[in-house]
Write a protein that binds this ligand. Structure first.
Ligand code: PEP
Length: 233
């Protein structure tokens, strides 16, 4: 079974639209589909698997505007993205990422560690691997040999904002997934970055890729469904 995660980012603008979007994603699939709406809508979205887009590293206390894993857990949230390039670009550090992963694990919410910030399309494989390994090692400090979901998202491949809108080559993503698995044997490696209905098959065909993290297209249910179906095979 593959894992397909929808990252809605700062969309949509109203609860009504968010509920309509969630209800247009089929609830049953051969794969596990996780919706990550904006935090403020999490309690109002009905879907079998919900994820958060981020969390805070402390459980409670004087931290204005933050979201605690205890709050996420009380809503039945099962997954949480951590280390997304868009957050790293805003200043999130490896130390904070590690602290967030530890608190999530402590409260049985599955972290989805995003790596790939700081890589460039024309970097050599060895440079890319070095960056990724550093991000993974720092994120995993103190968590032992636990299974971890890791999303390889080359920042340049993200569809809007930081990226170019052009996906990585599936062969490249598979090579990186193999590299990560060679270092962290029980990692499940997803690919993210401009996945769409057309290119998803190429990634899905690589058995080493355990699923996808989808941003822009996750806001278009019919197309998103085609990505989910591509990973069914
Ligand atoms: C993302 O930012 O997590 C992502 C994968 O975005 P997109 O699919 O829009 O490139």
């Amino acid at each position: 079974m593959k894992l397909i995660i929808a990252n809605w980012k700062l969309n949509p603008s109203t609860l009504k639209e968010a509920q309509e979007l969630a209800s247009s994603v089929p609830k049953k699939s051969k794969n596990k589909v996780v919706l990550c709406p904006p935090t403020i809508f999490l309690s109002q979205i009905k879907y079998p698997f919900l994820g958060a887009q981020d969390c805070f590293w402390e459980e409670k206390g004087p931290y204005t505007g933050q979201t605690s894993v205890l709050q996420l857990r009380s809503l039945g949230v099962k997954y949480c993205l951590i280390g997304h390039s868009e957050n790293r670009a805003l200043g999130e550090t490896d130390k904070q990422i590690n602290a967030k992963i530890r608190v999530l694990i402590r409260h049985k919410i599955e972290p989805v560690l995003c790596v790939g910030f700081g890589t460039k399309k024309n970097d050599s494989l060895s440079v890319i691997k070095k960056i990724l390994l550093s991000q993974i090692k720092k994120a995993m400090g103190g968590i032992g040999k636990r299974r971890l979901v890791i999303a390889y998202e080359p920042v340049w491949a993200i569809s809007r904002g930081l990226g170019t809108g052009r996906p990585a080559d599936p062969a490249h993503a598979a090579e990186i997934a193999g590299f990560i698995r060679s270092k962290i044997a029980n990692a499940a490696v997803l690919y993210g970055g401009s996945l769409d209905a057309k290119n998803a098959r190429g990634f899905a065909a690589r058995k080493i890729i355990a699923g996808g993290l989808v941003g822009g297209v996750s806001l278009r249910p019919a197309e998103f469904l085609k990505i989910v179906e591509a990973f069914n095979n």
